[in-house]
Design a protein around this ligand. Structure first.
Ligand SMILES: NC(=O)c1ccc[n+]([C@@H]2O[C@H](COP(=O)([O-])OP(=O)(O)OC[C@H]3O[C@@H](n4cnc5c(N)ncnc54)[C@H](OP(=O)(O)O)[C@@H]3O)[C@@H](O)[C@H]2O)c1
Length: 313
C-alpha cells in the first residue's frame, strides 16, 4: 500500500481508503449482513487501508465502530461527518456538538481524526463558516476532533460552487471532492488551489455508478453527447473507452477509473465505497499498479475537458 501525507494535517493516509457511504454503504445497501459489512472494514485494515470514512447519515458508524474495536487507534485515521442542517435550519452550536457526541459514541471512540461538515450546499456556505466553523475550532482545541473538513454535494453541485468558496478560506484542513474521469473540473477549481494551501484532499465518486459498467458509461456518455460536450468522432459511444482500456493495460473499467484518480496530483487518498470483499481486493490491487501511462491520462483529460455537469451519480 502506498501512503501519502494528507496535507497540513500531517496524517499519513493510505492511497486507497474505505468509504462506508455511497450506493453501497459497506454492503448495507446491497443486501449484505451487518457481520459481512464489519468483515469488509476489517479486511480493508488487514490490507493496509488506514483511513475509513463514515457519516452520521449513513447508518454505518456503529458497524465501523465494531470493526475498529481492538484495532490500535494510532494506526487508524478515522473520518466522519455531520450534516449542517436539522429540521431545514442551520444546526445550532449545541446541535452540532450533539451530532459529534453521538458519532463518537457509535464509533466507540473519544475523538475522530477528521470531522467534516457533510455535503454543504453553496447557499449555506457563508452561514456555515460564521456559525459552525467556530464550534468545530473549539472541538478541535478540546481534542475531540483532530482536523476540520468539508465535503461538497457533488451530485447537485458538479461545478464545485461550495468548494470553490471554501478553498479561498483558511479554516479547512481537509476537503472531500468529487473528481472522476468524466468530470475533472475540480482539478483547476479546487485541487490546484488546495495544493497551494496544503489542504488535504480526499477523492470521492472515482467510480460511482457511471463507471461500474460499459452500459452505465454508455448511458452517461449519451447525455454528454446530446449536450455537445464530447466529440463523437473521438469517442465510440457504443463501445465506450474500449480503445483506451486496451492501450492502458487496465483489466477493467473500474481499474481505469480508480487509476485515473490516483494519477491526479494533489489527491492524497481515493475513497473506494465498496461492500464487496472481492471488489475491495481488486481495487487495492488495481490502484497499486500505479499511475496510468501518461498518454492514456492525457487522452482522458482531452476527451472530457469540457465536462462539468455530471457527477457519475
Ligand atoms: N458528499 C459526501 O460527503 C459524499 C458523497 C458520496 C460519497 N462520499 C464518501 O465517499 C465514499 C466513496 O463513495 P463513492 O460512491 O464515490 O465510491 P466509488 O468507489 O466511486 O463507487 C462505489 C460503487 O462502485 C461499486 N464498486 C466498487 N468497486 C467495484 C469493482 N471493482 N467492480 C464493480 N463495482 C465496484 C460499489 O459497489 P460494490 O459494493 O458492489 O462494490 C459502489 O456501488 C463513500 O463511501 C463515502 O464515504 C461522501
Amino acid at each position: 500500500m502506498v501512503y501519502r501525507i494528507l496535507g497540513k494535517t500531517g496524517f499519513r493516509v493510505s492511497l486507497v481508503s474505505l468509504g462506508s457511504g455511497g450506493h453501497s454503504r459497506i454492503g448495507l445497501a446491497t443486501g449484505k449482513t451487518a457481520a459481512e459489512s464489519v468483515a469488509v472494514v476489517r479486511q480493508a485494515l488487514e490490507q493496509g487501508i488506514n483511513l475509513v470514512d463514515s457519516s452520521e447519515i449513513y447508518g454505518t458508524e456503529e458497524l465501523v465502530g465494531q470493526a475498529l474495536a481492538g484495532w490500535p487507534s494510532h494506526k487508524i485515521i478515522l473520518s466522519t461527518k455531520g450534516a449542517v442542517t436539522q429540521d431545514n435550519r442551520l444546526k445550532t452550536a449545541r446541535q452540532l456538538e450533539e451530532s459529534l457526541e453521538n458519532s463518537l459514541r457509535r464509533l466507540q471512540t473519544d475523538y475522530v481524526d477528521i470531522y467534516h461538515l457533510h455535503a454543504v450546499r453553496p447557499a449555506d456556505y457563508d452561514d456555515v463558516v460564521s456559525e459552525l466553523v467556530p464550534v468545530l475550532q473549539k472541538l478541535k482545541r478540546q481534542g475531540k476532533i483532530r482536523s476540520i473538513g468539508i465535503t461538497e454535494a457533488f451530485a447537485s453541485d458538479p461545478t464545485h460552487q461550495t468548494l470553490r468558496l471554501a478553498v479561498k478560506d483558511d479554516c479547512w484542513d481537509v476537503m472531500m471532492v468529487g473528481f472522476n474521469l468524466l468530470n475533472q473540473s475540480a482539478r483547476t477549481r479546487v485541487i490546484e488551489p488546495a495544493m497551494q494551501k496544503n489542504i488535504g484532499i480526499l477523492d470521492m465518486f472515482a467510480v460511482r455508478k457511471a463507471l461500474i459498467s460499459q452500459e452505465n458509461l454508455a448511458a452517461q456518455l449519451s447525455v454528454l453527447y446530446d449536450k455537445g460536450l464530447i466529440d463523437p468522432d473521438a469517442l465510440d459511444i457504443q463501445h465506450p473507452l474500449a480503445d483506451v482500456l486496451t492501450s492502458s493495460g487496465c483489466r477493467s473499467l473500474t481499474e481505469l477509473a480508480y487509476r485515473f484518480c490516483s494519477s491526479e496530483p494533489g489527491i492524497h487518498s481515493i475513497l473506494s465505497g465498496t461492500g464487496n470483499i472481492r471488489h475491495l481486493h481488486d481495487n487495492i490491487r488495481d490502484i497499486a499498479r500505479g499511475p496510468l501511462p501518461e498518454a492514456v491520462r492525457d487522452k482522458l483529460v482531452g476527451l472530457f475537458a469540457r465536462v462539468d455537469c455530471v457527477s457519475g451519480q
